[in-house]
Write a protein that binds this ligand. Sequence first.
Ligand code: SDX
Length: 380
Amino acid sequence: MVVLTCEYQPGLEGIPAAQSSISYVDGKQGILEYRGIRVEELAQKSTFLETTYLLIWGKLPTREQLKEFETDILYHRRIKYRIRDMMKCFPETGHPMDALQTSAAALGLFYARRALDDPAYIRKAVVRLIAKIPTMVAAFQLMRKGNDAVQPNDNLDYAANFLYMLTEIEPDPLAARIFDVCLILHAEHTINASTFSARVTASTLTDPYAVVASAVGTLAGPLHGGANEEVLRMLEEIGSIRNVRPYVEKCIQNKEKIMGFGHRVYKVKDPRATILQNLAEQLFEKTGYDEYYDIAKELERVVEEKLGHKGIYANVDFYSGLVYRKLGIPMDLFTPVFAIARVAGWLAHWKEQLAVNKIFRPTQVYKGIHHAAYIPMEER
Ligand code: SDX
């Protein structure tokens, strides 16, 4: 007989589901730290691969460790031709998050060995997933347009190579740096829904490819990682600054959620939204203004006026889409880009879960009936 140790909380709100030292969020102060380092400092001074190393192995790499990690990633960017051939059978109308979830799980067919207690196996799985996820996202983009995927460009760093594989054009260095910072900002965020999925899946001791596939499926939802794509659609629907206030009032009236706002933990503006807003302004300065930015700023002002008292402010998904749009990333790839970054956090939690594993099996509050009779078909 299980003794209930705490009240049922919808969505496990406020209930610790793990002990972790990977990242920390202070929702009242608007603070986010990766392994104790403020995300603002990492955005300014680090790279996505260095941040990935920090998240997964718990400390900043030495120059040699980082060089070795970057080289390993570069050597593993390519994907098996069978996976590319499989992706050619995907319908071009399919959502890129479904394509990513399918191809991430397919990696497990090629790397099926599970040696979860072997640090070398852990490192190899990390390298393969961090290296191959961007290649698979870019491959589906080109294939759904009827073209062949392009091979990774070994002369380009991680961020620049993804933009190249996606557009077949070597990106401007500023665009590549801004994209790399976006990856840092999206890499990790404590026990969010997709990371919780990753930990639950990891706790059954399945392979890391199934862990990532499970997390990708969770991130896809519009209440989670899917919000960035919905924000751009919302800005398009609003269409002009004068429509902002009526739009917000309609949503509040109909109790509809406004995409890109609100957060289970942050009750102030998400610190990542502030950095992304600055990145957007840098990009606009260099590559020309985006009229949706004015609508977004007015929308943020009106939502703060109307909902700020409820702790509802812009979150990470609000400005990211404006940056990605300026980088030439199609709208329905915004969430796969979120996934490319969050693989780092999911793998850090996978490794941490394995170290102290106990399979997740919560209890429930039963609301059903007992002693029901089996009614024969003719009497139903
Ligand atoms: C991410 O968890 C993470 O860390 C996630 C993430 C990460 O890095 O992994 O930060 C990434 O997922 C960011 C969130 C992206 N999602 C969206 O932008 C979708 C819109 N936001 C909401 O769906 C909502 O704010 C959530 C899902 C983010 C949080 O929901 P909660 O904590 O369950 O809050 P709730 O739905 O219970 O709302 C509490 C109140 C309600 O009002 P009342 O019924 O109490 O009067 O706040 C209102 C809600 O109606 N509310 C909103 C709102 N979000 C909450 N009202 C209007 N618009 C919104 N966006």
